[in-house]
Design a protein around this ligand. Structure first.
Ligand SMILES: [Zn+2]
Length: 316
């Protein structure tokens, strides 16, 4: 069985809603995921703007900011921030086509991980659309370097992430994760890893109107090399797991899933974005490929109580 899992395009079986607060604004925001047609990809629909809705494709070309989170759209008109954990959930679960309706300028942070979005998808289930999945196949290595940090995309028969972080804080230190992306592995190893921050940074950002919604409910807070959250960490290496989650979400802006190996050393949203820019800037570095469709088992690990032809994305 190929490492890249099933190869027909998918969408969700029904609409489902997630409500939470935006980590920067602190305001309540609702996201509704809707099924959408094959070959439409992930598209954001920003509502609640002066009398009009604005569509923003979840594509690297639409990225307008990567400072603290990944933002798509024009900030002067309509943009949507903190898309990475939701994008990671959609990519991690193998969803190709979803319309994401949102009534505010940022995706809700929920618990700081992708767990709430995975649970939302599980409420309705995933359906196969019987149309070949297209993938962006990496055919030549690409490397981006900046101030001692680097990222790479390399040819690989699968979807693999090798992420290393190295923080001066002894609490985090150097952590590495090598991860083959399948829906099953995504659920168990990455989806629940929360975002993290240092209290000293928060004290600097909050007066700038950022991170107003940040709390121990939605991030790991670190002060003087201690975790302030009363329940501690979900994994000893939750930090690198979260950076992997971010990378999956950011690379999901490639327009179609990437068939290749992504490697990162001290990367982040900006480096992830620069990697996609570098890949697509070199026409010899990638090829769009149609994946053959395999017959799937009707049994589904996702979704409950639905008679729709659910299928299981983790056939590896
Ligand atoms: Zn994150």
């Amino acid at each position: 069985m190929a490492k890249h899992g099933v190869s027909a395009q998918t969408t969700i079986a029904d609409s489902v809603r997630v409500v939470g607060i935006g980590v920067h604004s602190g305001n309540r925001v609702a996201v509704t995921l809707h099924p959408s047609d094959a070959n439409t990809g992930i598209v954001f629909l920003r509502t609640e703007l002066a009398g009009r809705d604005v569509e923003i494709p979840a594509n690297w070309r639409a990225v307008s900011n990567t400072d603290l989170c990944t933002v798509v759209g024009d900030p002067a008109r309509a943009s949507i921030g903190t898309i990475e954990h939701l994008m990671a959930a959609l990519r991690g679960l193998g969803l190709d086509n979803v319309l994401v309706e949102i009534d505010g300028p940022e995706v809700p942070v929920m618990d700081g991980s992708a767990r709430a979005f995975v649970e939302a998808v599980d409420q309705v289930g995933i359906i196969s659309q019987g149309v070949r999945r297209r993938m962006v196949k990496v055919v030549k290595p690409i490397r981006v370097e900046h101030n001692g940090c680097w990222t790479e995309l390399r040819p690989y028969d699968g979807c693999r992430y090798e992420v290393t972080i190295d923080f001066a804080s002894p609490l985090i230190g150097r952590q590495a994760l090598a991860f083959d992306l399948t829906p099953k592995a995504f659920r168990t190893d990455v989806a629940g890893a929360r975002t993290f921050g240092f209290v000293k940074d928060l004290e600097r950002l909050m007066p700038m109107g950022l991170c107003r919604g940040s709390s121990l409910e939605n991030s790991i807070a670190i002060k003087d090399d201690r975790v302030l959250n009363p329940d501690g960490l979900r994994w000893a290496n939750e930090f690198v797991r979260h950076k992997t989650l971010d990378a999956i979400g950011d690379l999901a802006l490639s327009g179609a899933p990437i068939l290749g190996l992504f490697r990162s050393y001290k990367g982040g949203h900006r480096m992830n974005h620069e990697t996609l820019k570098a890949l697509f800037a070199d026409a010899n570095a990638w090829a769009m490929v149609d994946m053959p469709i395999r017959r799937e088992s009707p049994a589904a690990e996702i979704g409950t109580g639905h008679s729709a032809p659910l299928y299981r994305p983790d056939q590896t």
